[in-house]
Design a protein around this ligand. Structure first.
Ligand SMILES: Cc1cc2nc3c(=O)[nH]c(=O)nc-3n(C[C@H](O)[C@H](O)[C@H](O)COP(=O)(O)O)c2cc1C
Length: 330
């Protein structure tokens, strides 16, 4: 694997340096402020992302909770925006920049029908001219770098990811992240790292490889195949906020990383639940359920604990279950 160096992005006045080659992917419904706080515990300088933010709603004053107080968070946080209207994207990008975004990422990969049907997310893969216009206009309107997250194309028959990525580079994108699947593939099959390598060969700007990286072995293999400048981790980090830090440490070969044990995982779930409940009241329990279900795995008694947690009907009930479990691991 080639030696990885910090990634330098020159914005339209404000340049940025990404020090850590392992990046946390934007995850709708997951990568909120509380999740990022946990990821940060193990990854002090990694680039993290907000969940994707609807530019139109941000422009009209909704969805602001996703981008507020970014400057109060430690370390670099990118804001990911989606829409197909250049003017909405410009307004939203200006708002996000003033909230402390480290960079603005434009979503051109989201397969969700509700979004793609209107022309946003992965639908932009079918409209290179509009995709370029959005990148150009947003880059001109803000001073921080603009990056884009794409898939390999809409479907295999029509996709030309190299031309598409080159067009984005010409339009002013400072970095491109590629999820190695087409929109039609959804999450099926394997991510095509070889196809990502072809895009990397053609671009002058840095490229981040994404798709199916679950541990440092995968990350090293992906970096070898793609020659990418870094990797982005999505699903494998859900319930495992230590993973970005773990992969970073292991690929740099600094020291062996101690994966959290049962006690740490239960403690983490308890902390996560309490933070969500203190922020969102009883609704916090509903959000916490999926996180607890992902985190409480891989130790004795985990499946019974998960079974009980999912049935807890109040935050106090869930807190008691976790506290009782903690006593077992003392
Ligand atoms: C629950 C969930 C939410 C996601 N939300 C976003 C999002 O908001 N923006 C985005 O660009 N990709 C989103 N993705 C895609 C991931 O960022 C990533 O590209 C994809 O999962 C492939 O990487 P992985 O194999 O490491 O998960 C989401 C994926 C999942 C499973």
């Amino acid at each position: 694997m080639k030696e990885l160096s910090p990634i330098f992005l020159s914005g339209n006045g404000t340049s940025r340096s990404i020090e850590c080659p392992v990046i946390q992917s934007p995850l709708a419904g997951v990568s909120d402020q509380i999740f990022r706080k946990f990821v940060r515990r193990w990854s002090p300088n990694a680039l993290l992302f907000t969940e994707m933010v609807n530019a139109k709603s941000l422009e009209s004053g909704h969805g602001e909770e996703k981008v507020i107080e970014l400057s109060e968070e430690i370390g670099p946080i990118g804001v990911q925006l989606f829409d197909h209207r250049p003017d909405s994207m410009i307004d939203a990008a200006i708002k996000a920049e003033s909230s402390g975004a480290f960079l603005i990422d434009i979503n051109m990969g989201c397969p969700v029908k509700k979004i793609a049907r209107k022309g946003g997310g992965s639908a932009l893969l079918k409209d290179p001219k509009l995709a370029q216009l959005i990148v150009k206009k947003v880059s001109q309107a803000i001073s921080i770098p603009v990056t884009v997250k794409i898939r390999l194309g809409w479907c295999e028959a029509t996709s030309d990811p190299i031309s598409f990525a080159l067009g984005l580079q010409d339009a002013g994108a400072q970095l491109i992240t590629v999820h190695g699947r087409t929109r039609r593939q959804g999450f099926s099959g394997n991510a095509n790292w070889k196809a990502i390598s072809k895009i990397k060969e053609s671009l002058d700007i840095p490229l981040i490889a994404n798709g199916d990286i679950k541990n440092s072995r995968d990350a090293i293999k992906c970096l070898e195949i793609t020659k990418a400048d870094g990797v982005m981790i999505g699903r494998a980090s859900m319930g495992a906020p230590w993973l970005i830090g773990q992969i970073d440490e292991e690929i740099k070969n600094k020291k062996t990383f101690r994966t959290p044990d049962a006690k740490m995982k239960v403690n983490l779930s308890l902390e996560h639940l309490k933070l969500l409940v203190s922020k969102k009241g009883n609704h916090g329990l509903l959000i916490a359920r999926k996180h607890m279900n992902w985190t409480c795995r891989g130790f004795q008694g985990a499946s019974t604990l998960r079974h009980k947690l999912v049935r807890a009907s109040t935050p106090d009930e869930a807190i008691k279950l976790l506290e009782d479990a903690l006593n077992k691991y003392d």
